[in-house]
Ligand binder design. Structure first.
Ligand code: 13P
Length: 281
């Protein structure tokens, strides 16, 4: 059933587990998340990126919302990384249960002003808001240590930001990156612990693809209750079609769609077990 993201995260926080938020693009992705969540008896979050929303329009967002609503487990639908007021309004009107009002590319004060305004809008529609303080990169390559640290979340700025904007959960930057980790991930858990000391709201970690189990566990212990996952599921989907094209003469598209769904479902179910959300629906 469609459930508030805030409620899902606060319950997870209280019981020391985290919820997977999966970036989806189409029906196969949605079925993979719903099937995995029902099989694992786990809550889950469906995420949509602004470009995907622009491409799929009202039909795609309606599909995501309806799939979440008719699922046997609690699920929410979240607009990921959006710095555009118009798209946030469209998503809120469609009924998404939360948005990432992403002003992280802006200087601190402008990020705060944008996020505060989007938080008022979202709360008026009964939705909730994730914000980002610090800036999550696409890759670590080519950055000096000082450059990396400058992009990380400052615990005291985070405290001020949350108090003034009224956001409901916060995405932290502690060395996590979107996409592939080209070397062993290095997360700054001391920084995460300091952020936790300053904030009571649920914390979010982006770039969860490729993080080892011990880092996931340590993050949960330090207050992370939403992990964003895109790359690993997307790669599985693409790998399926690549291999399929090489080996099969199958022409029944529906069979192919089902098999692609199953391939993604396996990765998603494994993440749910890793995050400790299995059995928590
Ligand atoms: P990955 O692609 O690294 O899994 O990160 C996804 C993400 O953080 C989306 O916001």
């Amino acid at each position: 059933m469609l459930t508030s993201t805030k409620e899902l995260l606060e319950t997870a926080q209280k019981h020391s587990y985290a919820i997977g938020a999966f970036n989806l693009y189409n029906l196969e992705g949605v079925k993979a998340v719903v099937n995995a969540a029902e099989a694992e008896n786990s809550p889950a979050i469906i995420q949509i990126l602004p470009d995907v929303l622009n491409y799929g329009g009202s039909s795609l967002i309606a599909l995501f919302l309806e799939a979440a609503n008719s699922a046997k487990v609690p699920m929410s639908v979240h607009l990921d990384h959006c710095g555009d007021r118009t798209i946030i309004e469209t998503a809120l009107e469609a009924g998404v249960t939360s948005v990432l009002a992403d002003g992280s590319m802006l200087p601190f004060e402008e990020n705060l002003a944008f996020t505060t305004e989007m938080t008022v809008l979202a709360h008026e529609s009964g939705s909730t808001v994730e914000a980002e303080v610090g800036r999550i990169s696409g890759t670590e390559d080519g950055m000096t240590v000082a450059e990396k640290e400058a992009k990380m979340t400052d615990p005291y700025q985070a405290k001020q930001f949350v108090a003034e904007s009224g956001v409901d959960f916060l995405a932290v930057t502690i060395g996590n990156v979107h996409g592939q980790y080209y070397r062993e991930p290095q997360l700054d858990f001391q920084r995460l612990s300091k952020i936790r000391q300053q904030l009571e709201i649920p914390l979010v970690l982006h770039g969860a693809s490729g993080l080892p189990a011990r880092m996931i566990q340590q993050s949960i212990e330090l207050g992370v209750c939403k992990f964003n996952v895109n790359t690993e599921v997307r790669q599985k989907y693409l790998q399926f079609w690549r291999e399929f094209g090489r080996t099969e003469s199958q022409s029944d598209l529906l069979d192919c769609q089902k098999a692609a769904t199953e391939a993604m479902q396996e990765v998603i179910a494994e993440k749910m077990r890793l995050f400790g959300s299995g059995g928590k629906a």
